[in-house]
Write a protein that binds this ligand. Sequence first.
Ligand SMILES: Cc1ncc(C[n+]2csc(CCOP(=O)(O)OP(=O)(O)O)c2C)c(N)n1
Ligand code: SF4
Length: 259
Amino acid sequence: MSECMEVTATTLLEPKMPRSWRRASKPHKFCPGCGHGDVLKALGTAIDDLGIQDRVVFGCDIGCSLLAWDFFECDTVQAHHGRTTPVITGIKRARPDRICIAYMGDGGGYAIGAQHLVNAATRNERITVILANNTNYAMTGGQMAPTTLPGQKTETCPYGRDIEAMGNPTLGPEMVAAITKENAYVARGTMANMRQLTTMLKKALQNQIDGRGFSFVEALASCPTNWRMNAKSTWDFVEKEMPNYFKVGELKVPAPKEG
Ligand SMILES: Cc1ncc(C[n+]2csc(CCOP(=O)(O)OP(=O)(O)O)c2C)c(N)n1
Ligand code: SF4
């Protein structure tokens, strides 16, 4: 093989990563088939497209999201479980010129950190919260989370979630849309539609760039390890089961900025 052909082959084999990803920390630490990697790919692409890498402060939570502590070539902070939203709020208030992102799981956002999400949304903090909904507490071994679906089995509900005893799964974007001002951006995307998810993340970040208000994107994400599913069942669950309850789409879109 000529030198020229070798270069071409190497170029072809090189994985296509967002420029804002830190190459030295790849391959990443998530399990094979984990949705966190996809959500963070959409986020990396959104950061690239908006050209904001030098201004981003990325905050990750406890839970599997903490495995993203060295994921981006961006300033990064790691908070206690459920506390990423107030930490990122504090950074944004101190440095309004920075684009501040809080990244977490559904346990971090809708259980232990629910009060922070509600209060940051109510105050219309100019931050972007991104929440990966994988329907369980993944890092600690797959316990029931606020988002576990009716009848879904987990380590702590082995016969399936009984909504009479345990209530309905949390509809996070619906809740955030109900309590935020008109200039908030709220959406639910899915790893099953990366183009749409990337667009939602760009709109959420643009809302912050424009200084308008709170932005929130929930992303439906897989956890094949704790779901104990093979690749096909995992994909079917994300693509077909989850959206039956968690409707994908935009819930609140501010009017275009004037001028
Ligand atoms: C105050 C506190 N309580 C409990 C824990 C234990 N803990 C660590 S990760 C985790 C669950 C994380 O689940 P989630 O936030 O949904 O993220 P995922 O791992 O699913 O991405 C729990 C309960 C903790 N670290 N801190
Ligand atoms: S346990 Fe689940 S959420 Fe955590 S890294 Fe593995 S697949 Fe991803």
